[in-house]
Each structure stands twice: as C-alpha cells, then as structure tokens.
Design a protein around this ligand. Sequence first.
Ligand SMILES: *[C@@H]1O[C@H](CO)[C@@H](O)[C@H](O)[C@H]1NC(C)=O
Ligand SMILES: *[C@@H]1O[C@H](CO)[C@@H](O)[C@H](O)[C@H]1NC(C)=O
Ligand SMILES: *[C@@H]1O[C@H](CO)[C@@H](O)[C@H](O)[C@H]1NC(C)=O
Ligand SMILES: *[C@@H]1O[C@H](CO)[C@@H](O)[C@H](O)[C@H]1NC(C)=O
Ligand SMILES: [Ca+2]
Ligand SMILES: [Ca+2]
Ligand SMILES: [Ca+2]
Length: 705
Amino acid sequence: MWLSYLLVAGLFCSMGGSIFIPQKLFGEVTSPLYPKPYPNNFERTTVITVPQGYRVKLVFWQFNLEPSEGCFYDYVKISADKKNLGRFCGQLGSPLGNPPGKKEFMSRGNKMLLTFHTDFSNEENGTIMFYRGFLAYYQAVDLDECASQPNSVEEDPQPWCQHLCHNYIGGYFCSCHPGYKLQTDGHSCQAECSSELYTEPSGYISSLEYPKPYPPDLRCNYSIRVERGLTLHLKFLEPFEIDDHQQVHCPYDQLQVYANGKNIGEFCGTQRPPDLDSSSNAVDLLFFTDESGDSRGWKLHYTTEIIKCPQPKALDEFTIIQDLQPQYQFRDYFIATCKQGYQLMEGNKMLLSFTAVCQDDGTWHRAMPRCKIKDCGQPRSLPNGDFKYTTTKGVNTYQASIQYYCHEPYYKMLTRAESSESARGKYTCTAQGIWKNGQEGEKIPRCLPVCGKPVNPVEQTQRIIGGQRAQLGNFPWQAFTNIHGRGGGALLGDRWILTAAHTLYPKEHDSPNNATVDVFLGHTSVEEIMKLGNHPIRRVSIHPDYRQDESNNFEGDIALLELENSVALGPNLLPICLPDNETFYDNGLMGYVSGFGITAERIASNLRFVRLPVARREACENWLRGLKRKDVFSQSMFCAGDPSLKQDSCQGDSGGVFAVRDPNSDRWVATGIVSWGIGCSRGYGFYTKLLNYVDWIKKEMEEEG
Ligand SMILES: *[C@@H]1O[C@H](CO)[C@@H](O)[C@H](O)[C@H]1NC(C)=O
Ligand SMILES: *[C@@H]1O[C@H](CO)[C@@H](O)[C@H](O)[C@H]1NC(C)=O
Ligand SMILES: *[C@@H]1O[C@H](CO)[C@@H](O)[C@H](O)[C@H]1NC(C)=O
Ligand SMILES: *[C@@H]1O[C@H](CO)[C@@H](O)[C@H](O)[C@H]1NC(C)=O
Ligand SMILES: [Ca+2]
Ligand SMILES: [Ca+2]
Ligand SMILES: [Ca+2]
C-alpha cells in the first residue's frame, strides 16, 4: 500500500506530463493523491477520449483548489475542439477563485483536455493550507451530428449531409431525396432516377425538386408495376411545366409515357396532359432533360383499378350474349349462344358452347364466335319418288321446306290412316339441322308400288276362240321366264315374281336342279322383252307343300322369285294385287290367263291371253273322274274353263296368273297360278288357289324388308 502510494506520487511529480485515458464510455478524472492534498509544482494534462461519434461530457463533483486572482496559482483548465472552455480554481464560496460548480462541459468532438496546474506553495497569511483537489466524472454522450450547425466551418471536421441527416447514438448517416443517389463520400447527393420503381397500388410521382425547377441532364425512368389484373390511371397535377418550343414538339425536355412497352404519350409545355387510362399494370415514365431551362416540372397521382375487358359485341344478329353485363372486369366471363336454327362457329369449327374469360391484360381469352344458319344438307332422295322445295329452291338451311312425292300413278306413298300424302311428305329443316316430318321425324316416306292398275287394261267383250294377242299394257305384271323351258309369272310389288313351283322343279324331272333362272319383264313381244334384259334372281322360295316327286299332286304349286334389284314401274310394268275375298272364286266369274305359251302348235312370239270363267268344282271333279285321272284336286286349287269352248291355258303359260278385275276397287287381282291340266285347249285347267297362300306370300315378301 505504501509502496504503491509512493510510486504513484513519484509518477505525478513529473512536471508537464500528459496522460491519455483509453477510450471508454465513462470514467473519472481526479487530482493527484485525491482525496489527499495535491502536490505543489505539478502540471499534467489529461486527454479524455471517447469513441468516434460521441462527445465528452464532464462534470465536477468535488472541487477544492487554492484560490487565486484569475486562478493564477493553481488551476484546472478545460479545453476541447481547440477551444478553451475555462480555467477554474478555489472552491464553492471562495471570493478569489472561480470554481466550476455543477457546470457541464461538453466537447464537440470525442476529445477533451483537462490540465491541472499547481504552483510552489499553498499558504495564506503565512499559514500552510491543504487543498483536496478535484474529482470529475466524464461520460460519452451521443453527438447529434444532424443537429450540428454547419456554420462553425472553421475547424469542424464533420462533413454534413447534403439532403437528409439521420442521427443515431454513436454516429449518423446521410440519405438523399427520391431521384437522387448518395455518392461514395456518404454525404453528397446526385440526381439519379434511371430506375425508380413504384409497386404500391397508388401513389404520387414527380420530377426532381418539384415544384422547383428540375435538374438538367436527367435520364429518368419511373416504373410503376402493380399486380396483373389491375390497370393504372394517371392524373397529372398543376402546375405542369416542361421546357417547350413554339414550333417543334418537345425538342428540349420530354416526358414520355409507356404502357406495356407501348408509347401512349409524349408531353411538354404548360398544358397539363389529360388523365390517362393505361389499360395496363405496367407503366414507365421516361423524363429526359437537357442542360438548361428552369421549368418547374410535373407531378402525377396514379391509382389502380381492376382491369376491364372491352364490352363483348355480337358479330351478327344471330349471336346471343347471355346476361350481358354493363361492364366486364378481370376474371368475369360471358357465354354466347345462337338463336334457334343457328350454329356456333369458331372459324370453320363448329362449337357446342362458347365461354370467354376476361384476362389479366384486359383482353378476352378467345375471339367472339359467329352464328351460322344450320344446314340440313341435300335432302335424301326418295326411291320411286322425288321432292320439290316449297321454300326457295336449292336452299337447305333452317326453316327450308320440301315436299316428297311418289311417282304416280305407279307408286303411292305409304301413309297412316289419319295422314294425307302431303302431310307425310312435308319435311322442314329444323333448328337441329335435320330434315324432319311433323309426325314421322327423320324417316323419309316410302313409295309403294300400286298394284292391279294397268294403264291400258284389256277390253274384252267378245269371246275369241284360241286366245288373242295382248296389247302393250294389258297385262303389265306378266313375266316371261326361262328355266326348264318357257314359263310365266306375275310381278308382285317391285321385286317379286309369283310363279308356279313346277316351273323351277318340274315333275318327273331327274336332272339336278341347277337350271339357270331367267326372268324378263315389261313387254308383250318375246323379242322385245328379251332385249330389255334378264332380271337376276337373289332368292327362290318354293312352298313347303310342293312335292316334285309326286307327279299327280300339284299341291303347293307356288314359288316366289326375289329379284336382285327392284324394277322401275311404268305403263308396261306394273304389279298385280293379291285376293282378299272368297268371292273372287265364285262360279262363272270371268278371269284372264295370259302367257307366251304354245298356241296352235307354235311357240308364241307374242303375249296372248284367254278369257275364262271360274268353273264349278263338281264339274271339274266329274270331268277328271270321267277321264279316269288320279290327279289330286285339293281345296287349295280351283279350276276354270269351259269344255265347250276351245281355249285354255297350256304349257308355257305355267306360272302365269289367273287375273280378275275387281269391280269394287277397279283393281286387277291374281286369284290363281296356272298349275296343271290335261292336254292343251281341252276342258278345264287347274290353278293354285292364291287366297289360300296370301299369308305365306306376305310372310316371304316381308323377310326381305
Ligand atoms: C489573513 O489576513 C486577512 C487580512 O489581514 C484576513 O482577512 C484573513 O482572515 C486571514 N486569514 C487567515 C486564515 O487567518
Ligand atoms: C424503364 O424501366 C423498366 C423497368 O425496369 C424497363 O423495363 C424499361 O425498359 C426501362 N425503359 C427504358 C427506356 O430504359
Ligand atoms: C347342272 O349340273 C350338272 C351336273 O353337275 C351339269 O352336268 C350341268 O351342266 C349343269 N347345268 C347347268 C345349266 O349348269
Ligand atoms: C267379300 O266381298 C263381299 C262382296 O263384295 C263383301 O260383302 C264381303 O264383306 C267381303 N269379305 C271380306 C272378308 O272382305
Ligand atoms: Ca498552490
Ligand atoms: Ca450521433
Ligand atoms: Ca431544359
């Protein structure tokens, strides 16, 4: 303890020394040996330093120095920033001294110097006095650099901020106004506005220094970028002033506005630009200035709004936009349809439906469709008939109308009981683009052959022995067959030939049944009928009751030949009707048998016919019995003829029909098929009774639709 006291005392006795207190945020400074009396002949300067950015604050807590006039003997001198802050001595209440009291000493910088000086003695009126010296506390306090006035330029090393100063404890920093950039010295600001970005949904943008003149040589780019789906509106404020020229458009300074990269305006002068709707979420404002001028610049307020799409407009009067809204914005959509009878088209593509959505760039995601009138296409052609337009000829679009008809008188339209041919034949092009009939829908009508209506019916009044040449059209159903020899047949409908089974499968015929079947139709002359061509057969149908091996039994002697192709009916080619009543077999009823068979021992070259009465069954049975014949004469046969007359059907007439005119309906009906007889032109002939086979015939004919 003693040792350290001496050491310290010895150290302090050196005159004129300096002591540096290491940088601390606070500390104390005392006179030597404090609180013991300080030594004489002493001088020392204590350098108090605090970290940069701080200043030193010093306050005395104890002060007791020898007082003297002007603090000439002992004193404490404080200086900072090369300035003397005062010289102090004495103590509180001493009349000669200048004690510091509670005064706070502040440095401007981070350094304060405290010099303690004593003279050779401490005495008064010859008495030695003891003074305790001083105790001072110091602390680092923040230097508010921003508050420091730049007028004490002389020695203040602190550079000051050109635009904005921000103080913090232990330091400060500078910043610049928008559009300016802090230079590397950390204090000065220079105009720099080449990439200013604004992302708030609304805000203000102005030229530098507005409304004071803007700086020269600017290359500013103010970019506003807001969310997609928003659109930016710009509103310029007063005053608006950019260097201008009377004749040339903005030669000096220009404010250019770009929306989505497209220039939407270039402005200068004193006329405030109109409010701009950029229709975009990205706007760039480019402001270029030259080296001179003193215009005050510009300021604008920008706002955002949800982007709108243009009002959808129909491209034609047939397009309907559903629930049309007064306005459409981002994410809204509309649906377009067509009026009845029209088809949505996108280019050449047919659409079932159409929806367009408003996109974030204010456009519709697909272009407006068109509506094209529905086209039903060419109406289907009607076999054995035709159609005519009841609306404009050849126009097959919506609401067009046609009338189908059958080729009369040979064909007649199939109708339901309550329906007329004109109602059945009327078709309209519907809104669905399909030809439709009111009752039957899409199915087109059918033209059915008209049976038993020869255009040129035979007019037989006289009895002519040996038959007679038929005129064209007398027996238009007459078929000429060549199978195992000549035969006949009759046309049913437009594709069936009714004939006798034995013309295909002759009795007592051993050869295999592979004979070719030739069928000719449409003429009375053998030569001519063959020129008209053979009608190929698709199918042969023999009645199951027919027995080829029973030579005396012609039961079931009936066959149907289905033609490969239906024939076109005409005056010389018409079908015959089938019987529907037992009255067609009344005794004495006159019928006609026609054929290309042998007459007068010669092969006929022309169709001939005979007129015969239906005979009484008993008469024929007796006649057969008289001839001692065992031939079967069943209930599905009838006989006709008159032994007193020398005319009958004969070979070659086989398969032809016994035709009767029905006076009630004025139609010709086939009541029988020439089946068998005994010799030619002798007595009675025997016929397959068709009334018994009508059901079978209809069933066979139905099988092929
Ligand atoms: C010294 O003398 C002066 C004047 O003679 C007197 O006022 C003062 O009180 C004296 N001081 C002391 C400590 O005696
Ligand atoms: C302005 O800034 C925007 C955003 O950075 C940029 O896309 C555009 O190209 C700039 N315009 C010019 C002229 O430099
Ligand atoms: C029928 O068949 C027989 C034996 O197979 C043959 O000799 C004859 O030429 C055939 N006739 C026809 C017309 O094909
Ligand atoms: C057959 O014809 C007679 C006389 O024309 C008629 O009275 C009768 O009703 C007809 N029968 C049938 C089933 O058509
Ligand atoms: Ca002294
Ligand atoms: Ca500070
Ligand atoms: Ca200028």
